[in-house]
Design a protein around this ligand. Structure first.
Ligand code: PYC
Length: 331
């Protein structure tokens, strides 16, 4: 007879432009319940006592390195339908727009919300979602802005790379392929080379102590290239903090891009910008200018629910908390 103890986590999976979102719908009440004041406090509780939830959900063998997890919470703001904490293979995200689009179709699938407009609370602030037919969702993101233009970075192995630093709900370094002599072009066949290039930029930013205006780590790298004809206005490769690339065009990254375009006078209110990912999936975007030079990004995409299951985390399973370097320190 088997005496092992089990933990269960109920999850619903979706993808937005190819990028997965795994929503945990029955997290611990201590983190998800009504008695927590802010999303940041929920994140700290999750990261402290319950980090195993993140690791079990997104790491192999239950997940994979590119998976973004989302813990569904009660909102702390009564005007919101839900609160959410996003996480990945290495930690917690301030926000995630492909994940918010995934969460919106997940809440619809669960019957918790209907088509129409809703508000969702993230650590970065409240975002608006409008759910239309066929899984089409429009997100109104938090105010976004460019912090620094034309930062010159020395990247070992690649020489000088120029880029901007901007906030779109996470911190981004945005560079064009044309801003470096040795950058790989943004094509599916170049994903490995683009990952190496992005990782080298990320390391150089850390080594040269280049941060956001709040001291936050610039932990997402965006490499922009020519558009694919008839598909988009621009195609990009986005490297996330866990060194996995975003299969979608990255909503917080696209928000940062819109802020830079606006600051350069290249995009105005009402103009549509179509941002493609390295997989050529597209986010359709617009912006609304704010009084202080910042913008409100508005991003539309489709998401698809593609799984609903219970994860079992068995006490004696050596990989109950996923495969990571920590798994091997015990073996
Ligand atoms: O869509 O904002 C986004 C995102 C962040 C990290 C992965 N996707």
């Amino acid at each position: 007879m088997n005496n092992f103890r089990y933990m269960h986590l109920s999850i619903i999976d979706s993808h937005t432009g190819g990028e997965p979102t795994r929503v945990v719908i029955d997290g611990p009440e201590e983190v998800t319940g009504i008695n927590v004041e802010s999303m940041a406090q929920r994140r700290d509780l999750l990261a402290g006592k319950y980090d195993w939830i993140r690791k079990s959900c997104v790491n192999e063998p239950r997940g994979h390195e590119a998976m973004v997890g989302a813990l569904l919470c009660q909102p702390s703001d009564p005007d919101c339908v839900a609160g959410v904490i996003f996480f990945n293979n290495v930690g917690y995200l301030h926000s995630c727009i492909h994940g918010t689009i995934g969460l919106a179709v997940t809440l619809l699938h669960m019957g918790k919300i209907q088509h129409g407009k809703h508000r969702i609370e993230t650590i970065a602030g409240v975002v608006g979602v409008e759910i239309c037919e066929k899984g089409r969702v429009t997100v109104t993101n938090v105010p976004s802005y460019r912090y620094r233009k034309g930062v010159e970075l020395v990247v070992p192995g690649y020489g000088q790379v120029t880029g901007d630093i901007a906030w779109g709900g996470n911190w981004f370094f945005l560079t064009k392929v044309s801003d470096s002599a040795d950058a790989p072009t943004v094509r599916y066949e170049n994903i490995r080379a683009l990952t190496d290039y992005g990782a080298a930029i990320s390391q150089a930013l850390a080594d040269q102590n280049i941060t956001g205006d709040d001291g936050g780590k610039v932990d997402h790298i965006e490499i922009f290239d020519q558009p694919t004809e008839g598909v988009s206005d621009s195609r990009s490769f986005v490297l996330c903090p866990g060194m996995e690339y975003d299969r979608s065009p990255c909503g917080t990254g696209t928000s940062a891009k819109l802020a830079c375009l606006y600051a350069d006078g290249e995009l105005e209110s009402g103009q549509v910008w179509r941002q493609a990912s390295v997989l050529n999936t597209v986010f359709e975007c617009q912006l609304e200018p704010l009084d202080n030079g910042r913008i409100t990004p508005i991003i539309t995409s489709s998401a698809y629910v593609n799984g609903e299951t219970t994860l079992i985390i068995q006490d004696d399973d050596p990989f109950r908390h996923g495969i990571s370097s920590a798994s091997f320190s015990q073996h």
